[in-house]
Write a protein that binds this ligand. Structure first.
Ligand code: SAM
Ligand code: SF4
Length: 352
């Protein structure tokens, strides 16, 4: 097939990665993601259809997009998701599909997802204490997530990444427990700096502090190499000699232990910025393209997708990509303890 024009922004960055928020709905209400009362949700007919998602992925894959992440809201609350994954997997040029989930429904869907072609998964988990987990999620049960993780492991998902958002005074006393948990179940754990999105509930714990805490507890905690822009957090066997700086793989910096039993990553939107090699584009649940998590501007793509004119869609995307800015303004806002998004713009609709 003829090789079509890649999508390149004004700073020479090629877009190869699409994050799709398939729903703004969620079965949890995490304190850092949504207000307790929930948020105003899209009507079902306003949510982008699977058909439109597939059309968009098809077009983008012809222009160099090869990596897809399914997110939400909670992706597993949307009916027919495994069918979408299966269909995305059939699209020529798509080399990598992954999903971010809160894990509550994972036990139910793990094998269906795996059989549909999903082989990698990220599971969000912010406490290993049942009561605290309930407090943070305002509704969920830790047991469900743990059962989901165990089954995902048994089913063969690899890697399984655990995303842990650290918030001072809420769960920062569990750092070592989380590391031990990752070692015990041989998981890839990533500590994420809390971002003041849609409000500012508490202080973040910066990655450096977390890294030092783990370092003081484990003598063999070392940076490991990961493939550039891969964000796969590397292979635990590739432990570098002591003292060498960790290598950034995509947006995460990775460490491991001598026994190779876990990978610990740090995602540091506050203390580092990784905009220089940003290769991503976001599709929101409402069918808008979003160029950066930290800029509110969104561009409707759903309407033009329905006109059945792939060339016009690509032309529109190309114009939108030219509006991508070099760097986000998040750190400046965060320093002033301002929210980075508008009041109605919560993570659930954008997908993180
Ligand atoms: N519901 C799914 C889940 O929780 O994994 C997917 C959507 S959620 C918006 C995607 C990721 O964003 C999760 O790992 C969540 O922890 C993270 N997230 C949400 N709000 C955040 C915040 N204010 N700061 C840092 N990470 C956040
Ligand atoms: Fe929590 Fe994810 Fe739901 Fe947000 S979308 S409330 S992070 S489970």
């Amino acid at each position: 097939m003829e090789k079509l024009k890649p999508l390149i922004d004004n700073f020479g960055r090629q877009i190869t990665y699409l994050r799709i928020s398939v729903t703004d709905r969620c079965n949890l209400r995490c304190v850092y993601c949504m207000p307790e009362s929930g948020v105003s949700l899209l009507n079902h007919d306003e949510v982008i259809s699977y058909e439109d998602i597939l059309r968009l992925v098809n077009i983008l894959s012809n222009h160099g997009v090869n990596k897809i992440r399914i997110t939400g809201g909670e992706p597993l609350v949307r009916k027919g998701l495994t069918g979408l994954i299966e269909n995305i997997g059939r699209i020529r040029g798509i080399e990598d599909i992954s999903m971010t989930t809160n894990g509550i429904l994972l036990e139910k869907y793990a094998s269906e997802l795996y059989n549909a072609g999903l082989k990698r998964i990220n599971i969000s988990l912010d406490s290993l204490k049942e009561e605290r987990f309930y407090k943070i999620t305002r509704t969920g049960s830790l047991k469900d997530v743990l059962a989901g993780i165990k089954l995902a492991k048994k089913t063969g998902f690899n890697p399984i990444k655990i995303n842990t958002v650290l918030i001072r005074g809420i769960n920062d006393d569990e750092i070592i427990d989380f590391v031990n948990f990752a070692k015990e179940f041989e998981l890839n754990l990533r500590f994420i700096e809390y971002m003041p999105i849609g409000g500012n509930i508490a202080e973040a714990v910066l990655s450096k502090e977390t890294e030092e805490k783990i370092m003081s507890e484990f003598d063999d905690f070392r940076p490991i190499e990961s493939k550039p822009a891969d964000n796969n957090a590397g292979n635990p066997a590739e432990i570098l000699p002591s003292g060498k700086e960790g290598v950034y793989g995509g947006v995460s910096r990775s460490f491991g232990f001598k026994d190779g039993k876990a990978v610990i990553g740090f995602i540091s939107p506050l203390s580092e910025h990784f905009c220089g090699d940003c290769n991503r584009l976001r599709l929101t649940a409402s069918g808008n393209l979003r160029l950066c998590l930290f800029y509110d501007n969104e561009y409707n793509i759903k309407n033009i997708l329905r006109q059945n004119d792939d060339e016009a869609v690509f032309k529109k995307i190309e114009d939108i990509i030219k509006l991508k800015r070099f760097k986000h303004n998040f750190n400046e806002k965060a320093k002033k303890r301002e929210s980075v998004l508008w009041a109605n713009d919560f993570m659930n609709g954008i997908g993180g």
